[in-house]
Design a protein around this ligand. Sequence first.
Ligand SMILES: NC(=O)c1ccc[n+]([C@@H]2O[C@H](COP(=O)([O-])OP(=O)(O)OC[C@H]3O[C@@H](n4cnc5c(N)ncnc54)[C@H](O)[C@@H]3O)[C@@H](O)[C@H]2O)c1
Length: 321
Amino acid sequence: MEKRIESGLLQGFSIEGPCAVITDTHVAELYGKAFAERINCPLIVIPAGESSKNREMKNGIEDRLLELGFGSDVTIISLGGGVVSDLAGFVAATYCRGVRYIVFPTTLMAMCDAAIGGKNAVNIGIAKNAIGTVYHPEAFLIDPDVLESLPEEEYLAGTAEMLKHGLIWDKELWKFLLKNLQKWKVRDALFLQKCIAWNISIKTKVIETADRNILNFGHTIGHALEMTHKMNHGFAIALGMWIESLWSIGWNKEVEMGLHAFGFDLEWPDVDLDAFWNVVMQDKKRKGDAVYAVALEEIGKVAGLKEITQDAIASCLSLQA
Ligand SMILES: NC(=O)c1ccc[n+]([C@@H]2O[C@H](COP(=O)([O-])OP(=O)(O)OC[C@H]3O[C@@H](n4cnc5c(N)ncnc54)[C@H](O)[C@@H]3O)[C@@H](O)[C@H]2O)c1
């Protein structure tokens, strides 16, 4: 564990002035304790996992910052995955009406997606990302070396988002990922560095030049699968992308083979479709009684948001059978 802190960006980082590092229990053990000790600043640790992304946890972090005597000159450093950056970013945006903020994402998901674009939030009950702000960090620092310790299922979750960026925006990225499957498997550092930079530039371009909603490709079905089947995020989004691809462009062998190649299972689980649809109806892209999903036009290009119905999903599933 300590070896990791001795190399890479975390080791080279230095900062002046008061600061506090926010991390979670897993990352604290792997990197956080040694990092905070080296830069001589307090470490605020939250329990790892989505259930920490709530208002009480945000209050707790703010109380701790106040107890430690921090004022408006503090720099908040986020060290962790998307849960940590969503919470830390929200705290940074509101503590003393906004303080300096630096992000060290430590999951592939946070490097390629969650920590990009400035959005942060906490959940209220099952209302995901119900309150939050848009607040940009002063610095965004990536050390791909930390991905060595990332559990396989979290690596897959980040991979699903990279594939999504290829499918909605850039066929070259999609092809590059497939061509370099072996490097992906062994988490080759140079390959990951290139992919992360590529994905950051895609997410930034989408936010600056297009309808940000297209980033939700695969998520209308995927989020509902996560809720109904407690399916792992990466697998749920991959299956969501497959069904939304079937719905929008029909059976596409390249999409199917590509998702399979990364180990995603595209079998539809045993789901009561009525119950499933009730969950889909909670999607944030719902308007009145209509639910919208992101339709592809072809690999690398979206057609836009289109209404999706329970019957349309049933037809896709019959294609699957
Ligand atoms: N703000 C946005 O624009 C945006 C976009 C996408 C997702 N998100 C949010 O991001 C969150 C998901 O982020 P995530 O997938 O990073 O999950 P996460 O933050 O829960 O991290 C996943 C797990 O990996 C562990 N971990 C983190 N880095 C590690 C490392 N280097 N080595 C070993 N273990 C490590 C964590 O402790 C945790 O157990 C969700 O809450 C989602 O809503 C936000």
